[in-house]
Design a protein. Structure first.
Length: 506
């Protein structure tokens, strides 16, 4: 009840801020950023984000991806850390990132810098979370144990801009100083084993801090050159356990001593990406329309995630606001989402239709229209061909509006698979294309794995599952992936495969 009360208080405060503030949105090549800020401040922050992404690519020789609008990360600056924690539904959260196909989103505090040199500011939080997004979308087939994932994110979280516009990497995370220097509650053997598990608060802090230290030291120490790559290769390609892969580092006691010595150094190595290498496309900024600003608290809560307890309240707020803005496409789309989440597909369908009438090119409205149609048909056990033809027509419209948006492709596949029909080849190809567009979406990855198993492509399915078993944020999905790998290994050992599910006439 206390969590729900905090959430209600957060929504009330955010709604008041939205009603009496100048909320703006900035759009760049890789980001869509919402903030209650002046145009100059928002532009500065959006440009920093875009240059941060550019620096990650330049420093590693990574080509610019062909990124559609749906592939961008949406960022919400939502006040202070307490409001972020209330939105996340848990304490001690300074910011969080949700990887979704076509709708990945990050929530961070609006105060760009922390309170003092040892405080964690939103710039570090956002760069940490974006580093996770970058890893998942750039190296989707690589398995990163938790210390590598968090250590790599922390390494990039501390990147800072110099006065000449260059970006400096390698600074120490001073906000981890206590955990780094006041003893080590997490032995190096446990860290390198990749186990995140149920760690105590001090151990989790050590995982982040020691992960940073290991990534930094193994990157810059000449005598350790190539060891981190060998360790990751042993896990991903050679299928070794983290314990066995740790042999790449030699004597772990020696590594531990070297790491302690590294942490006592007055200066540490780093590298700089020069300003002339950080040219970015122009940033566009606009003030939100009155309806967009009013519905923003609903959008933020919906995108942060709701459940059966919180969805009705968000839906009630959405109805009140939407009644004032019946012709605003974004308001009605947000109402459609809230209605769908609250289990009212008929209202979701009606709101989606209003959104489409106001803006026929709004892809999300067509997607929610299709989802509402599917929910209505499934509740009525409607298997009539004409019903599902109409649903796929809606999906097709969404797909034609943006062929690089993964959501219509997923819905087209679901229009068969959710009814226990074996999807046709065009739907299966579409799902795999959706996965290439949004490999960070764990649910989409699991759906693709199920399809590959149905196609008897067990080795490919296993490789996709392996990534989830090491993902420190995968939670229950990671455990399910481990069990599926055990089953696949048993079948591959005996030469057995699983046939596709039986097709039914449509």
């Amino acid at each position: 009840m206390r969590c729900l009360a905090l959430l209600a208080c957060f929504l009330a405060v955010l709604a008041a801020r939205a009603a009496h503030a100048d909320w703006r949105v900035a759009e760049t090549a890789h980001f869509v950023v919402y903030a209650n800020a002046s145009e100059a401040a928002l532009r500065r922050n959006a440009e920093r984000l875009e240059k941060f992404d550019k620096a990650l690519r330049v420093s590693r020789g990574i080509l610019e991806p062909s990124l559609g609008k749906a592939g961008r990360l949406t960022v919400y600056f939502v006040g202070n850390k307490d409001r972020v924690a209330a939105l996340a539904g848990t304490a001690n959260v300074a910011g969080f990132y949700i990887p979704r196909a076509g709708a990945s989103v990050a929530f961070v505090p609006g105060d760009l810098f922390g309170e003092g040199p040892l405080a964690l500011g939103s710039q570090q939080v956002l760069q940490h979370e974006y580093a996770h997004h970058f890893m998942a979308t750039t190296w989707p087939d690589a398995a990163f144990p938790s210390w590598v994932s968090e250590g790599w994110a922390e390494f990039h979280a501390t990147a800072s801009f110099d006065r000449d516009g260059s970006l400096q990497f390698g600074s120490a995370p001073l906000y981890r100083a206590h955990g780094l220097l006041a003893g080590n509650p997490l032995p190096i053997q446990q860290i390198l084993a990749g186990a995140a598990g149920k760690l105590r608060a001090d151990q989790r802090d050590a995982l982040y801090g020691r992960g940073w230290a290991l990534v930094h030291y193994l990157t810059f120490e000449p005598s350790r050159k190539g060891q981190l790559s060998a360790y990751l290769d042993a896990i991903t390609r050679q299928r070794k356990s983290p314990e066995a892969a740790a042999a790449a580092f030699g004597d772990l006691r020696a590594l531990d001593k070297e790491l302690e010595h590294f942490l006592q150094q007055p200066k540490i190595s780093g590298f700089r990406v020069r300003a002339e290498s950080l040219a970015i496309p122009p940033v566009t900024i606009r003030l939100l329309r009155p309806g967009e600003a009013a519905i923003l608290p609903v959008r933020i809560r919906s995108e942060a995630g709701v459940d059966e307890k919180t969805a009705p309240g968000v839906y009630a707020d959405a109805r009140k606001i939407a009644a004032r803005f019946p012709d605003d496409a974004e308001v009605q789309r947000a109402l459609s989402e809230a209605a769908y989440d609250a289990g009212d597909p008929a209202a979701a369908l009606a709101a989606a239709d209003r959104a489409i009438a106001a803006d026929p090119k709004l892809v999300e409205a067509h997607c929610y229209r299709a989802m509402a149609q599917m929910a209505i048909a499934e509740a009525a056990k409607d298997e009539k061909p004409e019903t599902w033809t109409e649903i796929r027509t809606t999906i097709g419209r969404a797909n034609r509006l943006d062929t690089e948006d993964p959501r219509p492709l997923i819905l087209f596949f679901r229009s068969y698979a959710d009814r226990r029909l074996w999807p046709p080849e065009i739907a299966r190809d579409g799902l795999m294309h959706a996965y290439t567009l949004a490999p960070q979406d764990r649910g989409l990855r699991m759906r693709a794995v199920g399809m590959l198993i149905g196609e008897k492509k067990l080795a490919e399915a296993r490789a996709m599952l392996l990534v989830l078993t090491y993902d420190p944020h995968a939670s229950g999905i990671g455990a399910a992936a481990s069990r599926m790998i055990d089953t696949i290994d048993a079948r591959m050992k005996t030469g057995a495969t699983e046939a596709p599910p039986p097709a039914r006439a449509n």
